[in-house]
Design a protein around this ligand. Structure first.
Ligand SMILES: *[C@@H]1O[C@H](CO)[C@@H](O)[C@H](O)[C@H]1NC(C)=O
Ligand SMILES: *[C@@H]1O[C@H](CO)[C@@H](O)[C@H](O)[C@H]1NC(C)=O
Ligand SMILES: *[C@@H]1O[C@H](CO)[C@@H](O)[C@H](O)[C@H]1NC(C)=O
Length: 206
């Protein structure tokens, strides 16, 4: 009686040690027990998730929330009532969960190269590595498209507006050239390095 119970326990251990990693379609299908993740960490994950949802939806979401206790989220864009490709970007809940699952998979397969290979091919491969665009990049894109639209509408409105288009073209040219000057003026940093080197020399001389 007792020995057969022990045998069952050993068999069960052997099976779990073999550690067959489940096959996921994408990181969207990965789940994790929220209790295995520190509350503070979950807060950081949800912050990243809601920020990235906002950015990927061009700052116009239909649903954007993240449940820290459950580690679930809703993210749909207003433009199409669909989810953006969260699984392709870092700073999203699917990717945080993916990375966590990968790291615990590696740990639980310590000393088992085959098991760790499976962690890599079945989990890590699905964890995004590309950073989402930044809000700054998104608003730059929006500015550019607004400017393009303005140019298009003024150029169709006759001579007076052509002049203003020319003016804005020349002012943007001058702002470009002043930017160019600023970019070329790397001297302060170089001078600073030189000064530090000189100070270093002076210290050495003392
Ligand atoms: C994976 O997740 C997607 C999006 O949540 C869902 O549509 C799909 O049915 C899931 N597939 C599996 C096999 O669970
Ligand atoms: C919905 O729109 C967002 C941008 O507004 C885009 O990133 C996403 O790919 C779109 N989703 C689908 C399924 O077309
Ligand atoms: C995002 O939208 C909010 C209000 O909807 C607006 O105040 C903010 O300026 C927008 N940010 C960008 C980068 O477009």
């Amino acid at each position: 009686m007792r020995s057969s119970a022990i045998f069952v326990a050993i068999a069960a251990t052997a099976v779990s040690a073999q550690g067959t990693v489940p096959t996921y379609k994408s990181s969207l299908n990965m789940t994790i027990d929220p209790n295995t993740v520190a509350q503070q960490q979950r807060a950081v994950w949800c912050q990243g998730q809601t920020n990235t949802c906002q950015v990927l939806c061009d700052n116009n979401t239909d649903q954007n929330d993240c449940n820290q206790a459950q580690l679930t989220f809703d993210c749909t864009c207003a433009s199409n009532n669909s989810a953006p490709g969260l699984q392709y970007y870092t700073q999203t809940l699917p990717t945080f969960i993916c990375q966590q699952l990968f790291s615990s998979c590696i740990q639980s397969n310590a000393g088992n190269a085959d098991g760790q290979d499976e962690c890599k091919s079945k989990i890590q491969k699905l964890c995004a590595t590309q950073n989402p665009p930044t809000i700054a990049e998104i608003s730059k894109q929006a500015e550019a498209s607004t400017a393009a639209a303005t140019t298009a509408s003024t150029s169709s409105a006759g001579h007076a507006s052509t002049t203003s288009a020319e003016q804005s073209a020349s002012s943007s040219a001058s702002s470009t050239s002043s930017k160019g000057a600023a970019a070329a003026t790397m001297a302060p940093a170089g001078a600073g390095v030189f000064a530090m080197a000189a100070a270093g020399l002076a210290a050495y001389a003392l």
